[in-house]
Design a protein around this ligand. Structure first.
Ligand SMILES: Nc1nc2c(ncn2[C@@H]2O[C@H](COP(=O)(O)OP(=O)(O)OP(=O)(O)O)[C@@H](O)[C@H]2O)c(=O)[nH]1
Ligand SMILES: [Mg+2]
Length: 289
């Protein structure tokens, strides 16, 4: 399958010169290019010029990754891709996996913007917001803070000024899906086929926002506990969705803890240095549950 034939569809999925430039001459003629929409154990879901298909992906693949593979069997019929390699990432949102110190977990690859989603009705956790901002910035992603459930908040000014104190100039948007307010302001982030990843605690309203933008009820939503407004970890997988008007959104499971990932130091060759163990590959399935 030639690249030229695939590209009109790929551009709508965020394909650009950054990724194109990584392909060799051979890879421009014989391979299928796809974007990972849902990494799963075993086969993952990827979107390509033919639509959404199954793919065998290497370990360490993240939602949003661009991959390159060969069709297995009769491509049209079997619709299965054998992925050969993951293209270099333009941006990366990652953290240290919740259970251990040696895993890098990819929360999203190649996102253009990150919405740090915070419910105005939940107790604010300012250090969490700061860490999310830092993770986005380190990964090369434009962050924005989205304060949700404005309709159910009676101390908006207070919340806004507290969040403002840690925002460091990051844009803050106050929205309500219930009332339909503030949402138009967010549309700009999806323009030009860009990818926005949602990050935030359980119950913050990420899936509700996702459903609003994709104009379906694809993502399950459930109520928060009355006692403390905490969520129930309803979303359990990372999934990329296409907006009807262009652009993409990644809904994520609620984050309990966002520990920044640090690359292990590369060992210098001195007498004392023992052979440093390579870090284990990212566990893409480890979630806060
Ligand atoms: N009043 C009000 N409630 C909202 C709004 N947006 C979401 N909610 C409610 O908040 C609760 C949690 O919403 P979800 O979208 O499931 O939250 P989530 O961030 O996806 O949660 P997890 O999947 O557990 O991480 C649901 O009961 C929603 O109906 C809003 O704008 N106003
Ligand atoms: Mg959810």
């Amino acid at each position: 399958v030639s690249l030229e034939l695939q590209e009109p569809k790929l551009y709508k999925m965020g394909w650009d010169e950054f990724f194109r430039a990584q392909l060799s001459e051979d890879e421009r003629t014989d391979f299928v290019i796809a974007r990972v929409v849902e990494p799963l154990r075993g086969l993952s879901r990827v979107a390509c010029a033919l639509g959404e298909i199954w793919a065998e992906c290497p370990d360490g693949v993240g939602v949003g990754d661009w991959v390159l593979g060969t069709p297995r069997g009769a491509f049209e019929k079997e619709k299965r891709l054998s992925v050969e390699r993951i293209l270099d990432r333009k941006t990366k949102l990652s953290r240290t996996a919740p259970s251990g110190k040696r895993f890098e977990q990819i929360l999203c690859a190649n996102a253009d913007a990150a919405f740090i989603v915070v419910a105005m009705t939940q107790a604010l956790h300012l250090p969490g917001i700061e860490r999310a901002l830092e993770a986005a910035t380190i990964g090369g992603i434009l962050p924005a803070i989205v304060l949700t459930k404005a309709d159910a908040c009676d101390n908006s000014d207070e919340v806004l000024s507290e969040v403002n104190s840690v925002a460091g100039g990051t844009p803050i948007h106050t929205v309500s899906v219930t009332n339909g307010t503030g949402l138009d302001e967010l549309s700009g982030y999806f323009g030009m086929d860009r990818l926005v990843v949602l990050l935030g605690a359980s119950g913050a309203g990420k899936s509700t926002l996702t459903n609003y933008f994709i104009e379906t009820d694809a993502q399950l939503v459930s109520g928060t506990r009355e006692r403390d407004e905490k969520g129930r970890h309803t979303t359990t997988a990372r999934r990329l969705h296409f907006l009807p008007g262009g652009g993409m959104i990644v809904d994520s499971p609620g984050i309990r803890e966002l520990q920044l990932w640090k690359e292990p130091e590369t060992p210098t060759k001195t007498k004392e240095t023992k052979k440093a163990r390579a870090p284990r590959r990212s566990s893409r399935f480890e979630e806060d549950g």
